[in-house]
Design a binder for this molecule. Structure first.
Ligand code: AMP
Length: 392
């Protein structure tokens, strides 16, 4: 871990971040202009955030390393929701952890999360805990087919879940998802499965919200998201046509969750729009991929507002500056120069080695009109598709 250079301000605040992936990197990129320093804690060497701050490289259960990491921090946060809540609780004895570890408890377990939605009267797909094949048969008798069987813990980007379409799907899906649990864990992870009713949604939306230490709350415009192979592909915001009622409903749900958890920082709430009715799918207690458009598209980005919130500073404006879009770059290195030559393209690369399914960067667009936005997004999508097929 490096020491600050001698010219540096003695009282500069240092933000500690659990996790050193691209979200940590983008937090630092937003925080360095505010005079903040960054220190990351993660087992992974050569990770994207290490270019933007000091890195303590150690397993998440190495509490001596956690103590070294925590020493002298102003505040600690996380960029990854699967950091052990026990680690966050350990660090909390030395330095404030925001959002608090309770947010990790909830978001790490789909059953706890969906139960919280129910407690707060937030509509969510029908769900049941599943611990045996008999539970699953009874569950399907109750929610009907199709259903979605998921691991309670550890799933992401569509992993750890299967859609059940016919009675013969039950046994193999149960076997493969529980085999995954046994392999992964031998402990906390074998917390079982959850069955959800399948929602034939019209579209997927998300809302990024932020709450300060003083209870001030702000919301970004509702975002429309598309996925490919379970991974976020594009985001568009503000929603078009605007739907003020849907927007205020989504904001109300996010506010209820944050107030219940006494939450501090940015939180994402993913929603299904089913014929105009919003159903909560899941939360993320951190900055979120569907909020990356805010870097170029809003007065204050989600990253800056997360830092303002956890530092106890006033929140910045979440107003959008135009018609915005984000395209994720996944799996294969992009044709950087060709993308950079596209009109209006704002390129954000994470300095990660290509690998199938890996998020390597994203492109933002902010335009005056929807027509301009769609023309430019389509040009970028064409270019990416041509480069994947070897033509760019
Ligand atoms: P998740 O890991 O829960 O965010 O799920 C990943 C993706 O699977 C979502 O973005 C949806 O496209 C789809 N999905 C998850 N749960 C359901 C559900 N209950 N009904 C329909 N699609 C779902």
């Amino acid at each position: 871990m490096s020491t600050p250079p001698s010219h540096a301000a003695k009282d500069a605040a240092t933000v500690g971040v659990l996790g050193n992936g691209q979200l940590g990197r983008m937090l630092a990129l937003a925080g360095l202009p505010l005079g903040l320093r960054f220190r990351f804690f993660d087992p992974a060497p050569d990770a994207p955030a290490c270019a933007a701050g000091a890195c303590v490289l150690a397993p998440f259960d190495d509490l001596a390393a956690a103590d070294r990491f925590a020493r002298g921090l102003t505040v600690c946060t996380y960029e990854f929701e699967n950091v052990p809540a026990a680690l966050a609780r350990h660090i909390e004895r030395a330095v404030p952890v925001r959002p608090g570890p309770l947010a990790l408890d909830v978001s790490q377990d789909r059953l706890a999360e969906k139960s919280l939605f129910r407690t707060l009267n937030i509509p969510t797909p029908a769900f049941l805990p599943i611990d045996s094949l008999d539970d699953l048969r009874a569950g399907i008798a109750s929610v009907g087919l199709p259903g979605v069987l998921k691991t309670r813990r550890g799933g992401y980007d569509g992993k750890g879940q299967q859609v059940l379409r016919k009675p013969e799907d039950l046994q193999p899906a149960f076997a493969s998802l529980t085999a995954g649990l046994a392999q992964d864990a031998g402990g906390a992870r074998s917390a079982g499965l959850i069955l959800e009713a399948f929602v034939p949604f019209t579209r997927e939306l998300s809302v990024i919200a932020v709450r300060s230490t003083k209870g001030q709350v702000a919301f970004y415009p509702l975002t429309l998201n598309t996925h490919q192979s379970g991974i976020l592909h594009t985001s568009f915001a503000p929603l078009s046509p605007l739907s003020p009622e849907m927007e205020s409903t989504a904001h109300g749900y996010a506010r209820a969750i944050m107030e219940h958890l006494d939450y501090v920082g940015v939180m994402a709430l993913e929603l299904f729009d089913h014929n105009g009715r919003l159903l909560a799918n899941e939360t993320a207690p951190r900055v979120h991929n569907s909020g990356h458009w805010t870097i170029d598209g809003c007065v204050t980005s989600q990253f800056e507002n997360h830092l303002r919130a956890i530092m106890g500073w006033p929140l910045g404006s979440t107003e959008a500056l135009g018609a915005c879009a984000m395209i994720n770059i996944v799996g294969q290195s992009p044709p950087t120069e060709a993308l950079a030559s596209l009109a209006g393209a704002r390129l954000h690369l994470y300095d990660k080695a290509p690998r199938p399914g890996r998020k390597l960067g994203h492109i933002n667009f902010v335009e005056r009109s929807e027509a301009d936005l769609h023309a430019r997004v389509n040009a970028a999508l064409d270019l990416l598709a041509r480069s994947r097929s070897g033509g760019a």
